[in-house]
Write a protein that binds this ligand. Structure first.
Ligand code: CA
Length: 198
C-alpha cells in the first residue's frame, strides 16, 4: 500500500450551515455529513443516541467508512498527527457507531463526563471515506464555545486527501493554490483563516 507523506491534493471544506452536537439536546438529533459532497451521506453526527440511557453524542459511519477510535470513544486527535492505514498504537480504525462523549448527572448537581473531548476547547476526529475499496483519509475539527467539547461543539471544518490510500496530517493544509476547494464559500473562508493564522 502506498504511503506517501507529501500531500498531492487536499479537499478542504467549511460548512455553510451550523453543524453541532449537544448532550443537552432534548432527544435525538442527527446531522447528515456528506464530507466529500458526492450526495452520499458519509457519517451521522448524532446527539443523544437512544441506545444508551445517559446523555451522549456519537459519530456513526455509513457504509464502509471508518473513524479513529481510542478506548471505545472517538479519538480527540491533535494537530500534526498522521491519519493513514496505520495509526499510532493507541488509536484504532472502526466502522462502528462510536460515542464522542457521554455525561450523566450526579446527585447534588454537576455531571460526570466521559470521552476524549472532556474539557477540550477543540479537537480533531479522523475519518476514512471508502469507495470501491479505496481509502480517502481526512480530519474533521470541532470547537466548543463553552470550552468543553464533551458537552457541546460545532463542526468548524474538515479536509481529506483526494489521492486514494494516501495519508493526511491533521490540520496541515498545502498552499491555497494546491487545494481543490469545494465551493466558493469554502475558498473565501480558507483565505481568511489562513491569513489570520500567520
Ligand atoms: Ca459522501
Amino acid at each position: 500500500m502506498p504511503s506517501r507523506v507529501q500531500s498531492q491534493g487536499i479537499a478542504y471544506h467549511e460548512p455553510s450551515e451550523p453543524i453541532f452536537y449537544s448532550l443537552f439536546f432534548p432527544g435525538t438529533l442527527d446531522f447528515n455529513l456528506d464530507l466529500n459532497a458526492d450526495g452520499q451521506i458519509d457519517f451521522l453526527l448524532r446527539s443523544n443516541d437512544p441506545g444508551t440511557s445517559v446523555a451522549n453524542a456519537a459519530l456513526i459511519p455509513q457504509g464502509q467508512n471508518g473513524l479513529v477510535m481510542e478506548d471505545g470513544f472517538v479519538a480527540a486527535m491533535n494537530e500534526g498527527e498522521s491519519i493513514s492505514h496505520s495509526l499510532r498504537p493507541l488509536y484504532q480504525w472502526t466502522t462502528a457507531k462510536t460515542p464522542i462523549a457521554a455525561a450523566s448527572s450526579i446527585e447534588g448537581g454537576g455531571t460526570v463526563e466521559a470521552g476524549h473531548f472532556v474539557g477540550k476547547v477543540s479537537g480533531f476526529m479522523g475519518f476514512d471515506l471508502i469507495t470501491d475499496g479505496r481509502h480517502r483519509y481526512g480530519w474533521l475539527r470541532v470547537s466548543s464555545p463553552n470550552e468543553d467539547a464533551a458537552i457541546y461543539a460545532n463542526v468548524i471544518d474538515w479536509a481529506f486527501e483526494t489521492d486514494p490510500n494516501t495519508g493526511i496530517t491533521v490540520a496541515v493544509l498545502p498552499e491555497p493554490g494546491a487545494i481543490s476547494l469545494l465551493g466558493l464559500g469554502a475558498a473565501l473562508f480558507f483565505t481568511f483563516k489562513h491569513s489570520r493564522k500567520k
